[in-house]
Design a binder for this molecule. Structure first.
Ligand code: ADP
Ligand code: MG
Length: 582
């Protein structure tokens, strides 16, 4: 069918009851593109209708160099999503009741991420968006619908999705910036670094809810000479900045001098950022995980014995479960779960850590005997973690110099500028010995794999087979349960949560079998997405999925209050599973 027949259908529907819109489902050939109506909403207040446009490359005309590599392709898709977002926002207007008049694509933040809102290959550019089909009350506004579908949508396509109508320099910059960032991230390990912060980077944000760069007097980052490294990037050439080496790094300094701001930038350095963000070249290893205390969370069958032993009442700490973790047990579980999922770098801020998990000083050791304290503090484990598992840690620690002993690198923030104070900290540690007893034993201890019971991961309610919903950046409704993800700071886009929820449903249907451990299921799901795309985890093409990391998927599964972990494993099974981690 043609755009003309769509127009006449819509005009004919004018005044009909809203349900009659259902008949416009289907494909329509416009002069420059195909419009595909996949789903039509049932009423003007329901979630809006799902549309796609497919524009042949003969018309869209994007040069192949802009999407020839996977990294470039992701960046170009991200760019086009942003263009569509801006143009549709300026064109779409309120045209009646409820969502009438809406034309919208998934919103974006500062991160350049793989999104299903736009797909691109040598044949087509495909864009997925939603439309609020217009009505007055429950009566179809056919004329308005015709204007939206047959005029506004073509206008948006023409100004947001054709190469010749876009700013080619800006596109090139978007793609090349992401490519350079990917390149630095790939080179980190070869230089024995876990993170890189480029000189001139702008780290502070405008506010706690506005993630664009601070406008008023931001102090640009400048590496201390001793930590300065350089990368020769494919597009921008040489970029210099501070390299944070593997091992244990402390960020110290007075309150309000920029410690947490630096750590937060590093946390999000696992993702690429848009040009102008200020953190384009703040780059972190892809498997860096933010760790914090999270009292009140549930924990299912985690072996927290490296940190916590002989709890009161003989509670197990090798298969620790609780519906209400304390600050220290939640932080221990967060670390073990991150390690189980494959973290190679832990990011910890004193602001959000449990004090008794972080430190136990000489005087407290004297007053409370080791036998009376279940917690082995992080200070006695952080080196073992690096030695036994090659897991590095970056720790913001303004409050205790006891950590000087265990640090490889100490960076002081002073008036938002970093200084390398490693030598001084080491000298001070010699000058003022703390006389602490080490409490960590000979080794870090086991990271015990866990096998979830599939029936404990259940997206159904008594009415529906599958019910998943996402709220803001911090909650997934999964079946009858609300999963609280407010503490997961490396979720940056609501689409990641939608995709995580979909992956949980998909994992339940395909991978969780009561035999396979969680880390292996994460492997299988991530591998499938890498080879078959995000679309492969949903039944229908969705435009609102954004790629997540395995750690955020694990975080959601681990916070499911219904989750049950098998604890009936035979010693032999257990041993062979553990073999994977040694
Ligand atoms: P700390 O963790 O050391 O107490 P924060 O990182 O929380 O300090 O920073 C304190 C304040 O300073 C925040 O409002 C932050 O936005 C601002 N800030 C941080 N870094 C910079 C910078 N480079 N330039 C200007 N302001 C900054
Ligand atoms: Mg702070």
């Amino acid at each position: 069918m043609s755009d003309k027949s769509l127009r006449s259908t819509l005009l004919n529907l004018d005044g009909a009851s809203y349900k009659a819109y259902k008949e416009i489902r289907g494909n329509y050939q416009f002069p420059d593109f195909t419009l595909i109506i996949d789903y039509v909403q049932g009423d003007p207040f329901a979630s809006p209708s799902k549309f796609r446009v497919k524009i042949p490359q003969s018309i869209a005309n994007f040069p192949q160099q802009l999407y020839q590599s996977q990294g470039r392709e992701i960046a170009l898709r991200d760019y086009l999503t942003r263009q569509f977002y801006q143009v549709s926002r300026s064109i779409s207007s309120h045209r009646g009741t409820g969502k009438s008049g809406l034309i919208a694509i998934a919103a974006t933040e500062q991160e350049v991420l793989e999104r299903t809102s736009v797909l691109i290959d040598t044949q087509f550019v495909e864009v997925r968006f939603v439309v609020g089909l217009p009505a007055r009350g429950r009566r179809i506004l056919g004329r308005q619908a015709a204007a939206m579908l047959c005029e506004d949508i073509p206008d948006i396509v023409h100004s947001a999705l054709l190469y010749h109508s876009l700013n080619s320099q800006e596109i090139q910059q978007h793609v090349e910036t992401a490519e350079d960032a990917d390149w630095i991230r790939q080179q980190l390990s070869a230089k024995n670094l876990v993170a890189f912060v480029a000189n001139k980077a702008i780290l502070p944000r405008r506010s706690g809810i506005d993630f664009s760069p601070l406008e008023t007097n931001p102090v640009p980052f400048q590496s201390p000479p001793a930590l300065e490294v350089e990368f020769n990037c494919p597009n921008r050439g040489v970029i210099r900045g501070m390299g944070i080496p593997e091992g244990v790094t402390l960020i110290v300094g007075g309150g309000y001098h920029g410690k947490s701001t630096l750590l937060q930038a590093i946390e999000l350095g696992v993702y690429n950022h848009i040009p102008g963000d200020g953190r384009e070249f703040v780059i972190t290893k892809p498997n860096g995980v933010k760790i914090r205390a999270e009292d009140g969370r549930s924990v299912a069958g985690v072996d927290i014995s490296p940190f916590i032993n002989h709890l009161p009442q003989g509670r197990s700490t090798t298969h620790f479960s609780t519906t209400n973790a304390s600050g220290s047990t939640s932080q221990a579980a967060n670390i073990i779960e991150a390690l189980e999922a494959g973290a190679q770098l832990l990011l910890v801020d004193e602001d959000t850590s449990a004090t008794n998990f972080t430190i136990r000083d000489r005087r407290m050791q004297a007053l409370i005997a080791k036998e009376k304290e279940p917690i082995t503090p992080f200070i006695d484990k952080v080196r073992q973690l690096y030695h036994d598992y090659q897991v590095s840690t970056i720790l913001v620690m303004g409050g205790s110099g006891d950590y000087f002993e265990v640090a490889d690198t100490v960076i002081a923030m002073d008036n938002y500028q970093p200084y390398d104070v490693t030598e001084r900290a080491k000298a001070i540690a010699l000058q003022y010995p703390t006389a602490r007893q080490e409490e960590g034993g000979n080794s870090f201890g086991n990271i015990t794999p866990r096998i979830p019971l599939p029936e404990s991961i259940d997206p159904s309610t008594h009415k529906r087979d599958i019910k998943v919903k996402v709220r803001d950046l911090n909650q997934i409704t999964f079946g009858t349960e609300d999963i609280d993800l407010a503490a997961i700071e490396q979720i940056v886009d609501q689409g990641q949560l939608i995709a995580v929820a979909s992956a949980m449903v998909y994992g339940k249907a395909n991978y969780f079998d009561g035999q396979t451990n969680l880390a292996t299921v994460l492997d299988l799901i991530m591998k499938q997405i890498a080879t078959k795309g995000l679309d492969s985890i949903t039944d229908f093409p969705q435009g609102d999925l954004v790629l997540f990391r395995r750690f955020e998927l694990a975080a959601a599964i681990n916070r499911l209050r219904s989750l049950v972990i098998r604890n009936d494993l035979l010693p032999s099974l257990r041993q062979s599973q553990e073999g994977d981690y040694n």
